[in-house]
Structure formats: structure tokens, C-alpha cells
Design a protein around this ligand. Sequence first.
Ligand SMILES: [Zn+2]
Length: 603
Amino acid sequence: MPSIKKKSTKTIQGRPLVDLTECSERTMRRKINSALTMTSMTSPEILCAAKKKLFVSGKRNETALFNKLLLSPNSVPQMKMAIKDSCNKEPISYTADEALAFIVDNQLTKQQYMNIRLGAKKRNCDIYPSYEKIFSAKQKCYPDNVKISESGCIIPLQNLLDHTTKRIFQIPAINEVKIGKKLLEMFYKWGCDGSSGQAQYKQKFNDNPCTTDQTMFMFSLVPLELRCCSDDSNDSSDVIWKNSMPSSTRFCRPIKYKFMKETIESTKEEVKEIEKQISKLNTTYVLFNDEYFEVKHTLIFSMVDGKVCNSLTGISSQKCFICGCKPTEMNDIEAVKYRPCITENYKYGLSTLHAWIRFFEYFIHLSYRLEIKTWQVKAVNKGLYSVRKQHIQNKFRSEMGLLVDIVLQGHGTTNDGNTARKFFKNAELSSSCTGIDINLIKRCGTILSVIASGYTINIKAFEEYCFLTAKLFVSLYPWYYMPASVHKILLHGAHIIQYAPLPIGNLSEEAQESRNKDYKMYREHHTRKNSRLNTNEDLIHILLISSDPYISCIDRNKQMHLKELSEDGKMLVIFPHNDNNYKEDELNSQLNDSFSDMNLSMA
Ligand SMILES: [Zn+2]
């Protein structure tokens, strides 16, 4: 049995000691003061000592609070506010704009909102503004001259940009920025995409009976950055506003949509029409804090996929639209490196979202052929090929939970961005499923995450890394011609990134792609169906509201998380706020040397 300590029987002489908390306030103050004058400890040391004492006496909650105080002294005001707030529990009403943001976020219909409002009112909590107020808040989200017809909607670019700029200036965060110059520049990315599988409604088209509402062709733009106009394009110190989520649909503004098919002719025609508008754009004057500012608009045509690039350049999808390389020439890496390039086509960017899918498809197509080792599947090998294909598909399903290469009716295949990202994230497992060299999968994963990251890329290092990866590809699998989309990134990636005025990750086409879902959902659930005109009017309105810069910034502090990169990936990017400025200078001089022969001065 454990021995029990006997209580000390020694008697204390004089007045008995009283616990400090039981003393009167005056005695307490006197005792503390005398203790403080006797000790040589600093305040943090006293706090530490107090923490230790609390911990030993088993007061874990109090210890946690002390810990918080010691480790993050900046959070003290927040804690103070929290205590204050908990005492003051009066309900806080929504403003009309806040309520509108709430409606958009939760995709509420008018009826649902009114029911919520009534319910709250009945419980004596009248915090939601009336729908009339919401209606007038909505009106502020629409630019002028929106042209609505039965077969689509068009917003003149100038009106859309004017409106977008003015709304951005209303974002509260801008108020805190000191704007040094009168001439500002706003950067946007724009692009187009076709979407099939729209709901077909049983109404005739009065203006053009041949139109079908099954396919839609849409154009969007996303504002990226507002900065002071300066001659030095690398100077990022004068950024006034930055889109923190460039790949989200939150700022994806509709330029136009039409019920038509995405064909080579329609793409060329519609893009030409927008480019004509871009060439005629005027600057926008904005009144801000009693001063006029002039905003210049710069649009970057980068929200495109390979299909659009091929339609516009007139080069078949099998060939590279930058150097014109044919599939049979792709694997001669050294020769390809010195081919003359159409530098004008650098403007189409890297299509970073589709890059994931194209690399992924390259790997699985390689894997299907690992036994037959030929690019073309001849009739003799068909059996062997399909058996292996089925085997690999099953393996992906059972081991990684991925549906690979399964054709969906009217949507392409199951190979989407999420599947591809998962494939590269679990390189070991992917390698064991496909039998492809793990090093190659890892290297490609690094390249893809670097271009998607939004960091400034160390171009020289990136170019070398890509080139070595390309060489590794052809040395391991010389019998499979590298697809044009993979070739574009490995051999032209660095030049395209160099040409782009913003980090390439910010120029991705992901916003436009994810907007497709919104079009379908809004058209089905948030429009009146009593006439085609009303349907289109409601659709363009909800698209404008859900992408309105001011509404989108209410009550949202989400920041784009710069993605975690692998060790290799960290070598390929230039981190912001680093003390490696001198390295950057060194790098720039190297770049100037190596790219001096390239014509990058195009507008
Ligand atoms: Zn090429």
C-alpha cells in the first residue's frame, strides 16, 4: 500500500496566513506591491511563473489562456472584443448589400428569402431588410446597355468595364490604400468556352427558328489587379487592389452568351468581335475620395482551352500551335528546342487547368501501351491493349477511388481536374497502378503545381527543369510521341510565362470552366420560364450579381492560399518578401542575356 504523507504538525506562530484572494483589496495591493519590489523578474517572466503555478495546480483552462497571452500578444485586443461582445448581444441588422451577398452565397430564391425574413420577424428579430431594398441593391449591380434577346445576351465591353471598375472602387479595403498616381491600370483576363447539355425548353425562338438552346457559347472576364501605371512592369509595390481568388467564379463577369455551337467559325467570329471592342476601349474616369482617377484597361486573352487556341490559330490539335511541330517530330527534343516559334501565340497562356488533365491523360495512355510499346494501336494488338486498359481502369477504381477515361454522355470523359490532381498528389500509388516511372510523375506534378501556384516563377530554373523532364520522357518512352499540349508546357512553358504580364497561375481558365455549372444551375432554378426573354434577363442578372466585385467582397476575408510546393517546386519559384533580391537581379540579367534574341516587345 502506498504510504500516506502525514500532515505537518508544526504550528505557525503569529497571525495565520490568509489566501490572497480572501484578503481585502487594500491588503491584496500591498502584498502584491511588496512582492513586486522584492523580485527582479520581468513581466513576461512573472506571466510564465503564474502560468506554471496554474498548470501545477491543475487549472488547465486558465493555463491555456495564459499561453495564448504569452504566445500571441497581438490577439489581446481580439480577446478583449470577444469579452465585450459577449456582454452586448443586441441583434445586428443586415444592410441591403449584405443581405444580397447572403442571398447569392446561399443561392436563395426570392420566396425563400422572404420566408426567412418573415420567420425572423415573428420571433422579434427584424434583421433582414425588405425585398424592395434588396431589389434596389440589385439594380446597382447591372451595367448600362445590357442587350437581351431570345437567343442570348450581350453587354458592350466598355459598359461592363466601366461598371466593374466603379464597383471595385467601392470595396472598403481600397479606402485604406494611398493612391499616388492619377493614371491607373486595371488587368483582366478574358476568354470563352462552349457548354453543351443545357436544359431545352419547349418554347419557339421567334427571332431565329433554327436556334437550339442545347449548347451555349459564353464569354467572360475576370478583373485581376488594379495598379498605378508605371513604366516598370515588375514594380508590384503600387498594387491598389488584387483579386485574391483569380480562379474562383466570384469575379467572373459575363461579357456575352449565345445559344450556338462552339465551332471554328463561330469562335473566330465572336473573338474577333470582342477584339474589335478592345481596340476601341476608352479609359474610365472614377471619382474616388473627391479626386478623379483615370483607369486604363488591359485585357489578357488567357481563359481558353486547347480547342479555342486551335480554332483561332488554325493549327490542328495534333500539332503545336507555337512551333508547328508534328507528332512524329515531337520526340526529337534537341531539334525541337531550336525551331522558330510564332511568338504571337504566346498570348494564349498555358491553360493551366487543362494542363493537369492533358498530362494525366498522357500518363494513362502511355500506361495502356506499356506492353505493346507502339504509338499506334494496330489491329493485332487491339486485344492486348483493351485488356490492359480495363485492368488499369479497375486498379484506379479499387486502389485510388478514381474513375478514369469513362465517357460521359454529352460531357466528355470523367478525366477532370480533381482526378488529375489526385493522380499527381499520390505519385507512389499512381506509379504502381500505371507502371510508369515514379520520378517522371513526381517531376510533372512539380511542374504543374508550380504553374498553378500563382507565385512568380524563376524562369531560368523552370526552363531547365522542364527541358530535363522532356528528355527523361523520350529516353524512357521513345515509342510514344509526346502530345502537343504536354510539349507546349515542357518546351515553350518558360517563354509563355516570361511573356505573361502577371504570374501564370492567376491567368488560368478555371474560373470560366467552373462558371459552366453556374450557367446551368442559375438558368434552371433562378429564372422565370414564362418567356425566353424573361429567362435570359433573369439569367444575366443573377450572373452579374453573383460576380459583382463589391457584393463579392462583403464579409469575406478568404485569401488565396498559396499552395504548398514540393522541395523541387520551391527551387522553381521566387517567394515574395524574401531577402533574395540580389538573386532576382542576377536572374534578370541572365534572362536578358538568354532572351535577347526573342521578340517579346509585342503589344
Ligand atoms: Zn512547339
